[in-house]
Design a protein. Structure first.
Length: 165
């Protein structure tokens, strides 16, 4: 039995499943009757983890986003990983919106998580390692209490708990 147990808190998405969700959404947009003859489109930029939605008007843009969210949910990709950007005018009387995918835990959020963990009063230590938070403790029950706390009161983007030892 190990003296210390630990786990890492990360915020990641499965990029392959995200790509599949985008392809499925693009296919649905191409064949749906209400999108026929429109400029509705989704572009996925893997390198910088962004998506660009294009539509003829705001209502159609919201529908494109809804189609994308449905496909993400079906593929098991967390929908709350999407951060909406500013809607802007594009060429030919269309609108465009850039969405970013939340990957990694930001330093401010990591500090807030560590503060929440310390306020629990359990015998655990938490530290920031790169873009993740490592939590260590002697009792597995204490670590499970930390997980329960963060699932309840964590940030609005998805968290995963990995590397249990």
């Amino acid at each position: 039995m190990a003296d210390n147990h630990s786990f890492d808190i990360v915020s990641e998405i499965n990029t392959a499943e995200m790509h599949n969700a985008v392809v499925q959404a693009q296919h649905e947009i191409a064949v749906r009757y209400d999108f026929k003859g429109t400029r509705a489109a989704i572009d996925y930029h893997k390198k910088d983890n962004t998506l660009t939605l294009l539509a003829d008007h705001k209502g159609q843009l919201d529908t494109v986003l809804q189609v994308l969210k449905e496909k993400m949910a079906k593929r098991g990709v967390a929908v709350n990983a999407l951060k909406r950007g500013k809607m802007e005018e594009a060429s030919h009387d269309s609108v465009r919106e850039t969405l970013s995918l939340h990957i990694g835990i930001e330093a401010d959020d990591a500090r807030a998580m560590i503060k929440q963990i310390k306020q629990l009063g359990l015998k655990v230590q938490a530290q920031i390692v790169d873009n993740k938070v490592r939590v260590m403790g002697k009792k597995i029950d204490d670590l499970q209490a930390v997980i329960a706390l963060l699932k309840e009161h964590g940030p609005e983007y998805p968290l995963q708990f990995v590397n249990f030892t």
